[in-house]
Ligand binder design. Structure first.
Ligand code: CP
Length: 305
């Protein structure tokens, strides 16, 4: 695994191996113990889109694994002078970057970059395509709670059409033996998503009834080219995770959300910090999972050399 470009290319064994490694990483993280797994390695974060959790947790993960970490602030970089992605990537190569963690609005950008440069590339979210480390931290959080993913029932609610988190989750959960049901307004849930192995329903109550995990998705207004929902209040009434919706659930489901949360839109304000919510735990697990990913990619690169 010289690069991590998506969940699609991983086998169930690859995913399980990463989650096992993340368990060990989490213990080190909780003890604030740094390793020297990436000592002498240079990790660069290159985010063309905004981020709080992913960017910061990759930077923390790089430090916890002993790497030198630098962050290119794209908004004040030579990208604004017209520098192309390839030239930026080759400049980072020339600066001896070993691993580039990239987020970009265009689907496929990490794959493209990985074919143009010597450094390893990790996808931190590309357009509407994949967000593999978010899915891995979601799997890790579910496994921590339930002991395994096989046989789990996961409901994913909301803006599936624009969600790279939903795609990566569906691809991985199906490989790991979970069943996935998605629900949302017809304008935001393409029927073709069923090809990934999930079931589509259009009533949120039907999706959550037998779910062990209810995952809300952020309503991605920045990716919607036209108004796809009448208004946020209406969306919340029909597809928001609310106490009224949870009353339909028969299994004391836990709540996940990748963040940032639009409170009172996709998730009731009071539920973010409620007992079933694992949202803050997901953020912590993100550091452990990204430590595991960095270690795995660095080891593959060492073997290749
Ligand atoms: N979940 C997620 O990708 O959050 P950020 O946009 O804050 O990184």
């Amino acid at each position: 695994m010289k690069h991590l470009l998506g969940i699609e290319a991983l086998t169930a064994a690859d995913i399980t191996g990463l989650l096992d490694r993340a368990e060990d990483a989490k213990q080190r993280l909780l003890n604030r113990k740094k390793s020297d797994a990436l000592r002498g390695k240079s990790v660069v974060t290159l985010f063309y889109e905004n981020s709080t959790r992913t960017k910061l947790s990759f930077e923390l993960a790089a430090r916890y694994t002993g790497a030198d970490v630098s962050s290119l602030a794209v908004s004040t970089s030579s990208v604004n002078k017209g520098e192309s992605l390839i030239d930026t990537g080759r400049t980072l190569d020339a600066l001896l970057a070993d691993i580039i963690v990239i987020r970009h609005a265009v689907s496929g950008t990490p794959l493209f970059l990985s074919g143009q440069i010597a450094a390893s590339v990790i996808n931190a979210g590309d357009g509407m395509h994949e967000h593999p480390t978010q899915a891995l931290l979601d799997f890790f959080t579910m496994r921590e709670r339930f002991g395994g993913l096989s046989g789990l029932s996961v409901a994913i609610l909301g803006d599936v059409a624009h969600s790279r988190v939903a795609r990566s989750n569906i691809l991985g959960l199906v490989k790991l033996g979970a069943s996935v049901t998605v629900a949302g307004p017809k304008t935001l849930v393409p029927k073709e998503i069923e090809r990934l192995g999930c079931k589509v329903v259009y009533a949120a109550a039907d999706a959550v009834k037998d779910a062990d995990v209810i995952m809300g998705l952020r309503l991605q207004l920045e990716r919607q080219r036209s108004a796809l929902i009448p208004d946020a209040g209406e969306y919340n009434r029909f597809f928001g995770i609310t106490p009224a919706l949870l009353a339909h659930n028969t299994r004391n489901a836990v709540i996940l959300h990748p963040g940032p949360v639009n409170r009172d839109v996709e998730l009731d304000f009071s539920l973010v910090e409620s007992a079933p919510s694992l949202i803050h735990g997901q953020v912590l697990n993100g550091v452990a999972v990204r430590m595991a990913v960095l270690e795995t990619v660095a080891a593959a690169k060492r073997e290749e050399a």
